[in-house]
Design a protein around this ligand. Structure first.
Ligand SMILES: *Cc1c(COP(=O)(O)O)cnc(C)c1O
Length: 403
């Protein structure tokens, strides 16, 4: 866990924090941050070891607790997020699990939006009840459902906005108010929005988590995750002991890759968004496309809400084709540049068919409730030239329409 101290001169803007935040040079004066591939640390005396274990000195003891490269990653991301604390984890799912299980006890209650990343849904829906935790799902876009669910005392609220794959927007300010009135901490999975486009802590959330595997790496190389918060009681009494003793810890190698990913995060997200907007517009006007879901287009049902809490519409465009599963598969198989892959936030444009991949575990009814049809695809827009992407989408749509 890293507690961040503000830069001395003044608060840095995002681009500066991303390039310089958290850097700790070793005695060798390296430009690029060091990769400290070490599990342990040595003490110059038995007395110093004793003091370290008593918590009388702050120093590295064991990499399950903390590691210098991981610290650099945590501090850099915390500066960007404007959070006092950041904890790196081995993956996004480790961050989700730790943010919930570190603070929950049997008999307590969790409320969550039902449009969640598949594994998040599994943890809440399938696992939490095994620990004696009550759960309730709501349609995240319906404030009446949130009000009813949060009329009962609750320990934690978990949601994702924009949601995967339908890009629904949840009103963070309102749900934060309702959560606090119910005694709950609001945890926001901010992966789709990225730390560049949405700042949940400023909108009232208590905890923000990321899969750093997505945009933060952005180049498909490493798994990682992070939990950020300003809630000292949660970090010190819940999350820190949970991390120390169960240890879904981030590896120093991955921390270094992700630290380098952060350096270019802002400019990459800007380009992802530019390309995504152009593609969303193009698809909206294509006669092979039934419907486009992109929070940055004014035809999105929650465009105004998206504008009020996000700086742009994001890097993912979801759309429905005219035709069933067979036509949709034909479209996917005909793409030449865009790869079929369930990952997202990558430099490479990636497309997935949620109904048969990320959301195939759900029952047909649950998929229908979430509006995930057989003709829906989710496109994570990459950094290629947008004209090439438009050409590729167009030729595949035309091939699909030919049958
Ligand atoms: C990928 C993802 C996760 C899980 O992250 P991993 O790094 O794959 O464990 C959680 N939430 C969302 C929204 C994601 O896209």
């Amino acid at each position: 866990m890293s507690k961040v101290s503000e830069p001395k001169i003044k608060k840095w803007r995002a681009a500066t924090s991303l390039v310089r935040g958290g850097t700790k040079r070793s005695e060798f004066d390296e430009t690029s941050e060091g990769i400290f591939m070490t599990s342990g640390y040595v003490y110059d005396s038995a007395e110093n070891a004793e003091a370290a274990f008593k918590g009388e000195s702050t120093r590295y003891i064991y990499s399950r607790y903390a590691n210098p490269t991981v610290t650099m990653f945590e501090e850099r991301l915390a500066l960007l997020e404007g959070a006092e604390y950041c904890v790196g984890t081995s993956s996004g799912m480790a961050a989700v699990f730790a943010s919930l299980l570190s603070q929950l006890k049997a008999g307590e209650r969790v409320v969550a939006s039902h449009a969640l990343f598949g594994s998040c849904h599994y943890i809440i829906h399938d696992m939490l009840p095994n620990f004696g935790i009550d759960i309730q799902f709501v349609d995240g876009t319906d404030l009446v459902q949130w009000e009813a669910a949060l009329a009962i005392p609750t320990k934690a609220v978990f949601l994702e906005t924009p949601s995967n794959p339908t890009l629904d927007i949840i009103d963070l300010r309102k749900v934060a108010e309702l959560s606090h009135a119910a005694g709950a901490r609001l945890i926001v999975d901010n992966v789709f929005a990225t730390p560049i486009l949405q700042h949940p802590l400023e909108l009232g959330a208590d905890i923000v988590m990321y899969s750093a595997t997505k945009h933060i790496d952005g180049q498909g190389r490493a798994l990682g995750g992070a939990i950020l918060s300003n809630d000292a009681e949660f970090i010190e009494n819940c999350l820190t002991p949970f991390m120390r003793h169960t240890a879904p810890a981030m590896s120093p190698m991955n921390a270094w890759i992700l630290l380098k990913g952060l350096e270019t995060l802002e400019i990459r997200v800007e380009r992802h968004v530019q390309n995504a907007r152009i593609i969303a517009n193009f698809l909206s006007n294509h006669d092979g496309v039934e419907r486009v879901l992109y929070p940055g287009l004014d035809n999105h049902p929650q465009y105004e809400l998206a504008k009020s809490q996000m700086d742009a519409g994001g890097t993912v465009v979801t759309f429905e084709l005219i035709g069933g599963k067979q036509a949709t598969f034909k479209f996917l198989n005909t793409l030449e540049i865009v790869d079929i892959s369930n990952n997202l936030g990558d430099a490479k444009s990636l497309i997935t068919h949620p109904a048969t991949t990320t959301h195939q575990r759900l029952s047909e009814r649950d998929r229908a409730d979430l509006n995930i049809s057989e003709s829906m695809v989710r496109l994570s827009v990459g950094l290629e030239d947008y004209e090439d992407l438009l050409d590729d989408l167009d030729q595949a749509l035309k091939m699909m329409q030919r049958d």
